[in-house]
Each structure stands twice: as C-alpha cells, then as structure tokens.
Design a binder for this molecule. Structure first.
Ligand code: AMP
Ligand code: TRP
Length: 345
C-alpha cells in the first residue's frame, strides 16, 4: 500500500436494508477513491449497537455490508476492509474524545434529535456520544478525507472541532513530545455528485432510510429486477412532464430526486439527464430509470449473495483487514496516550 497517497476513512453501519442512498451517497465514492487514495472502509458495528440490534441479525448484517463492499468493487487486498469492534483503538480513542467534546456540541446534533425523538431520556448514552466515536474512527488513522452522504456533514464538522480542540488543549504536551503541531489533521468531507441525499420514493422531502417502515420508500441493494421496476413505477411524481433544465426542478422534490438518481446511476450530470428526458412523461423516464438501476444493481446483488454463501471467506477478509488496520492505529493511539499523560508500555 503506497503510503504517500492521502488517506481515506469511511464507515457504514450494519443495520440491514442497504439501499440506493448508501450505494450512491457512499459506496460508489468508496470504489472510485481507490485509484488515488489509501483507503480504510469499516463496517461500524459499534455504531450499530447505539440502538438495539438482535445479536444474530447483527452478525448477518456485518457480513452483508462486507459482501456488498466487495461486490461493489472494493478491493480488500489493495485497501483495508474490517469491522470496527475488531480494532479496540476505536473505543479507546472515543473515550478520550468523550472527554474532549463538550455536551453543548453534542446537544446540537440533529441526527441525535431525530433518532432519539420524544424519548430522549430513554436513548442510550452511546447514541448521544455517537459522533465522538465517529471522530475516533477517522483520527485513529489520521485520515484526511471522508466520503459520506450529505446527512453526515454535521458529524464531520464535529470531528474537525474535536481534532482542533485536542491539538489546542494539548499543544504544550504535543510539542514537548516532539510531535507535529497538527497532531490530528482536520478531516475533510467528500460530499459530491448528483445523489448526495437520495430521498424516499414516496415522499421527496424525507430521506431514503434503512429504517423506514415501508419498503416501497427505498430501492434496496439486494432488490431483484421486479422489485426495482415495481418501486419506481409506484414512486410518487407530479403531473408535469420533466423540465429540460435543472432550474425547472425547483419546487418539484420527487422529480428532482428521480433525476438525481438517474444521473448518478448513468454516470452523467442532472443537466445531461434533462437534455435527454426534458419534455418526457414520467412513465417513459421511469422505464429508463428502472433499466439503468437493474443494470447497475443486478450484478452487485448477485455477487453479494454469492459471497454470503461463503461466510468463512468474508470473516477472513475482516480479520486480515483488522490486522492491517491495527498496524496503522497502534502507534497513533500510543502517541495519543503519551500526549494525554497516560502511561504506556
Ligand atoms: P448509514 O447507513 O447510516 O451507516 O450510512 C452509510 C453511508 O450512506 C453514509 O455515508 C451516509 O451519509 C450515506 N447515506 C445514508 N442514507 C443516504 C441517503 N438517503 N442519500 C445519500 N447518502 C446516504
Ligand atoms: N455515522 C456514519 C453513518 O451513519 C457512519 C460512520 C461511522 C462513519 N464512522 C464513520 C462515516 C467515520 C465516515 C467516517 O452514516
């Protein structure tokens, strides 16, 4: 692995129902970055357990996310694929960051407010501290680039704040140990392309989500051609034909969402897609959308299923990835402990 390339870290939670939002917002970016970056892709099982997970399902879902990574084109030999709980440094650094981040910062996190809802008092402490663990994931490897969907932007800003506060609070100790002033780099989010926020097929104002009670709101990565066709056919639209320019999508969230999905799947811009389909009725456009979705997701679903038949292979990928992750993480964690004043071997 060439160490002069910038380092990427990202994670996906093993919480079931991987969908088109995960694929277009995150996983396709993971695949593309392999050319130019040194990448670590992590199945974040410790994040998953911030809300209740059935143990047997969790095991299955960890393997399924791993299989979907590989089926999508992530190369576990050239890069590092592993599950978070196998590298104990994530939890250790998260504890240090629990002591750096402020209650006020976490109180502002919109995802916590959404997930905890009215039952805040009943949310797990882990759910509240979730962004600190995310900062630890990234900074444990001093990763500088983080591909994510739009919904993670606020968490990434918090990671930067944590890195900054650590560097400032411990500046004297960092320098007395002879470490670089920027002990932790400030990680940059990579949020690009036409599908950084894929919306529900039934409501263009709410995000496509793994946890939506209705399966008709999302295209799952494992859906077959019939399911994909049916879901797009029933997807909500408005009565107007498609506009021929991007500005014409204003105030038409469902149309905008479907055009963004098409553009991302076909590898074109929204503007190109509208040049092709401007003036068309949704029925014709939905057919094209279905075709491209089936073409892209069909082989990935089939390969994911094939890999899932060989759990021993998947487990060997995760175990090997964790060993390699350890070799990067261990010295960074050790330096962090020295800076904080914790005695180490
Ligand atoms: P999660 O399933 O919450 O672990 O998310 C994994 C990755 O998928 C993260 O980078 C998210 O930002 C991204 N993601 C999740 N839902 C969507 C969506 N509806 N549109 C775009 N990206 C998404
Ligand atoms: N919180 C992210 C999500 O739900 C997943 C995640 C955990 C992550 N750790 C990360 C993403 C580190 C990027 C970097 O989507």
């Amino acid at each position: 692995m060439a160490s002069d390339k910038p380092r990427v870290f990202s994670g996906v939670q093993p919480t079931g129902n991987l969908h088109l939002g995960n694929y277009l917002g995150a996983i396709t970016k993971f695949v593309a970055l392999q050319e130019s970056h040194e990448c670590l892709y992590c199945v974040v099982d410790l994040h998953a357990i911030t809300v209740w997970q059935e143990p047997k399902e969790l095991e299955h879902n960890i393997r399924e996310v791993t299989a979907a990574f590989l089926a999508s084109g992530i190369d576990p030999k050239a890069h590092i694929v592993f599950n978070q709980s196998r590298v104990s440094g994530h939890a250790e650094l998260a504890w240090v960051f629990n002591c750096v981040a402020r209650m006020g910062w976490l109180n502002r996190m919109t995802q916590f407010k959404e997930k905890a809802g009215k039952h805040r008092e009943n949310a797990s402490v882990g759910l509240f501290a979730y962004p600190n663990l995310m900062a630890a994931d990234i900074l444990l490897y001093r990763a500088t680039h983080v591909p994510v969907g739009d919904d993670q932007k606020q968490h990434l800003e918090l990671s930067r704040d944590i890195a900054q506060k650590f560097n400032t609070d411990f500046a004297e100790s960092i320098s007395s140990h002879g470490f670089a002033e920027t002990f932790f780099p400030l990680p940059e989010p990579l949020i690009t392309g036409p599908a950084t926020r894929v919306m529900s097929l039934r409501d263009g104002t709410s995000k496509m989500s793994k946890s939506d009670a209705s399966d008709m709101t999302r295209i799952n990565m494992m859906d077959d051609a019939d399911a994909i066709a049916q879901k797009f056919r029933k997807a909500r639209t408005d009565p107007e034909p498609l506009p021929s320019e991007v500005a014409g999508l204003e105030g038409r969230p469902e149309a905008e969402n479907l055009v963004g999905i098409y553009a991302a799947l076909a590898g074109v811009s929204k503007s190109d897609a509208l040049q092709e389909f401007g003036g068309a009725q949704f029925s014709a456009f939905k057919q094209a959308l279905t075709d491209v979705a089936v073409e892209v997701l069909g082989p990935i679903g089939a390969e994911t299923r094939r890999l899932m038949d060989d759990p021993a292979y998947i487990d060997s990928v995760l175990s090997e990835g964790a060993k390699r992750a350890h070799t990067i993480a261990d010295p960074i964690l050790r330096e962090t402990k020295q800076v904080v004043g914790l005695l180490t071997d």
